[in-house]
Write a protein that binds this ligand. Structure first.
Ligand SMILES: Cc1ncc(COP(=O)(O)O)c(C=O)c1O
Length: 410
């Protein structure tokens, strides 16, 4: 651990120019992240660091700033709401919470919402609801089947549901009742189903695992299996939802409807929020079953209403599909040019990835950064791009030019 003493300052805002935030982070923040870059402000698809360098942002707070940075509709909603009512608790009805639930009811075809503060919490709520379903309708079943390479969060239950050993090993023993099977393998799901199984938790397009879309056969098969076995189907839309794939929910691509779906990340354009939506069959919570002090907070919900409205009013679903195809085509061209390094490409809408022959993701991110481009990875050998939905063709061209230069420099 470094012991560099940060430059002293009275208040953060007044003396920020003189303060060494990298040293301060090492001194005051737990070492949970390896990071060395200080971001200062953003606008649209661009962010600036504290040295004044500008970057084209294809990370978007990891699929979160769906409308880019400082979108006027989101800023106005937050400011207006802050002057009216910041927090109420859930002892009272707050108007923005109900309005956001109404908007999600409409886009989901009739699912009712429960709001939390993060994706992990939304998934926790879904797991609890599945357990309640199992208790009431499947003789006390409580088990959840999820998938290899999946990611569902960092709480203990969502870690148990996450199909990546690197997130699980240190925290054993994890809560019981979770099992993972290979993704896109319906026979494995059937073989893992027992009388204790209550539900299946799936990302229709796996995000952290490297942008792997489910096959049509698999997703329809899961729906049919849940109907046949009286299980609840939970679709985790935390990363793939909010229009990222060109549909509001990625499960819409498959013509199926889950019993429960979860959201977070982009739902409020960057303000912390999570949502767990239930179709009538699984809408079983009663007063006392679940709760949250901040969940559905007026500021988060005001930002959420503005974000959902902007996505719909500005036709960003079609735009994400179109720009996604454009970006995907450009990545394919890069893959041809660097065929020794790039082994495969894939994605849906503005959720794109390519695999590397060697574990050089960090190297590529560093070299892209030097050229003014933020991209991220999914493991050491996969690059990932999850840009704001407001991205334009000219931005894609600029990003690909920078990425090309970064790859050429390796
Ligand atoms: C699919 C999916 N589910 C759940 C989560 C957890 O969300 P959060 O980090 O908001 O707890 C993530 C985060 O990356 C995610 O991608």
């Amino acid at each position: 651990m470094t012991t560099t003493t940060p430059a002293a300052g009275s208040t953060a805002a007044s003396s920020s120019a003189q303060r060494d935030y990298v040293a301060m982070e090492r001194m005051y923040y737990q070492h949970t992240f390896n990071r060395g870059m200080v971001l200062d402000h953003g606008e649209g698809v661009r962010v600036w660091d504290d040295a004044g360098n500008v970057y084209l942002d294809l990370v978007a707070g990891i699929a979160t700033n769906v409308l880019g940075h400082a979108h006027p509709a989101v800023v106005k909603a937050i400011v207006d709401q802050a002057g009216q009512l910041i927090h109420t608790s859930n002892l009272y009805i707050n108007k923005r919470q109900v309005e956001l639930a109404e908007a999600l009811y409409n886009v989901s075809g009739g699912m009712r919402s429960f709001f939390s503060n993060s994706g992990a919490e939304a998934d926790e709520g879904a797991i609890k609801l599945a357990r309640k379903y199992g208790r009431l309708h499947r003789a006390g079943a409580y088990g959840i089947i999820s998938f290899d390479r999946s990611f569902h969060g960092r709480t203990l239950a969502t870690t148990a549901a996450t199909g990546q050993k690197k997130y699980q090993d240190t925290w054993q023993p994890l809560p019981p009742g979770f099992v993972q099977v290979p993704f896109n393998d319906l026979d494995a799901v059937k073989a893992a189903t027992t009388e204790l199984t209550a539900g299946i938790l799936v990302e229709a397009v796996q995000g952290e695992g490297g942008i792997h879309p489910g096959t049509q056969e698999f997703m329809s098969g899961l729906r049919a299996w849940c109907d046949e076995q009286n299980l609840v189907l939970i679709c985790d839309e935390v990363q793939a939802g909010m229009g990222r794939t060109g549909k509001f929910f990625s499960w819409e691509h498959y013509g199926i409807r889950p019993d429960i779906t979860t959201m977070a990340k982009g739902l409020a354009g960057g303000v912390p929020i999570g949502a767990m939506l239930a179709a009538p069959r699984a809408d079983l919570f009663e007063p006392g079953d679940h709760g949250s002090t901040f969940g559905g907070n007026p500021i988060a919900c005001a930002a959420g209403v503005a974000t959902v409205r902007t996505i719909l009013d500005d036709h960003l679903l079609d735009h994400a599909a179109e720009l996604g195809d454009y970006l995907g085509g450009k990545i394919d061209t890069l893959a041809q040019k660097y065929s020794a390094l790039i082994t495969s490409t894939r994605g849906v809408g503005l959720m794109r990835a390519f695999d590397l022959a060697e574990p050089r993701a960090q190297d590529i991110m560093d070299r892209a950064l030097e050229r003014g481009l933020l991209i991220t990875n999914a493991g050491p050998s996969t690059m990932r791009m999850v840009p704001p939905l407001i991205l334009r063709r000219a931005d894609v061209d600029e990003a690909i030019e920078k990425l090309d230069a970064a790859l050429a420099s390796l």
